[in-house]
Design a protein around this ligand. Structure first.
Ligand SMILES: C[S@@+](CC[C@H](N)C(=O)[O-])C[C@H]1O[C@@H](n2cnc3c(N)ncnc32)[C@H](O)[C@@H]1O
Length: 268
């Protein structure tokens, strides 16, 4: 397994990062609906119940799930960042969703009862967690036959994004993401959690260069925090040059993003 930057210093730096970007997070990230529809369809089989979105951020995915499953499900929105949870509350209220509870907690010590949830979801967050401890905690709070859905960018998928291909050192610096085999191994070592399906999602992106520069400057991926200030400035300059070299229409820079969804069953 690769060495991950999850020492105390790195954890504190990421906490500050998410606190800082909470007000603008929703403006600079793209929310994909296909994984939401996938999960909502699976949840349709259940008449009612309780679910948790762990590492929920400002709630953009939890909100879309809540809109689709309606009042039948209560959603616990779990994140360790007060800034992210403040904006989550605002987003849910503004969208008229009331059946949710923000929970400030670490992903490995969630203050919810054992065997209490039908479903746990986590979007774009597991690379920030202690994976084995998060899995153990998910298994504890899930009911028998409850489902865990993990949506993430894999390490190799990250290297094929516009940033991985053209932003200097982006793919190398982002060493927290997992490869599929690593994730499978992690689940094999957990006695209760069994992978029932692995699904790849592909999203066709078309953005103007101006928007990409704005995203990077606003650190829409936490990877950009791993650059020193002058290093980031030089890398951004080189990124723009690389785009100019590879694309003719600067209003329509296109590429395909890929993500992976793991559907996991809790069997006790
Ligand atoms: C990249 S954001 C993803 C947010 C959201 N799921 C989304 O896709 O918009 C990662 C989130 O995980 C949270 N986070 C990081 N480490 C955490 C931990 N150990 N326990 C709980 N939340 C954590 C961060 O505060 C942040 O909101």
């Amino acid at each position: 397994m690769k060495v991950r930057r999850n020492g105390n210093g790195a954890v504190a730096k990421m906490y500050e990062h998410f606190l800082h970007i909470a007000p603008t997070y929703g403006m600079f990230r793209t929310t994909d609906l296909a994984p939401v529809v996938f999960i909502a369809n699976k949840m349709k089989r259940l008449k009612s119940g309780q679910a948790a979105d762990v590492g929920c951020g400002t709630g953009r995915y939890g909100l879309e799930i809540s809109k689709r499953v309606g009042e039948r499900f209560h959603l616990f929105c779990v994140d360790n960042n007060t800034g992210m949870l403040r904006y989550l509350r605002k987003n849910f209220v503004e969208n008229g969703i009331s059946n949710f509870t923000p929970v400030r907690s670490d992903s490995h010590m969630i203050p919810l009862q054992t065997d209490s949830l039908d479903c746990v979801v986590s979007f774009n967050a597991i690379h920030h967690f202690s994976l084995s401890r998060f899995l153990r905690e998910s298994s504890r709070i899930l009911k028998n036959n409850g489902k865990l859905f993990v949506y993430t960018r894999l390490q190799d998928q990250n290297s094929r994004t516009i940033w991985g291909m053209h932003f200097p050192s982006f793919a190398r610096k982002e060493n927290r993401l997992y490869e599929l085999e690593e994730l499978k191994q992690a689940f094999e070592t957990d006695a209760n959690l069994n992978i029932s399906s692995v699904k790849m999602f592909e999203h066709h992106r078309v953005f103007p260069l101006e928007r990409l520069v704005e995203q990077a400057k606003n650190h829409h991926y936490s990877t950009f925090r791993m650059y020193k200030r002058h290093e980031f400035r030089e890398a951004l300059h080189k990124f723009v040059q690389n785009i100019l070299d590879h694309y003719d229409d600067l209003d329509r820079i296109s590429w395909k993003d890929q993500n992976t969804m793991l559907e996991i069953e809790n069997v006790q």
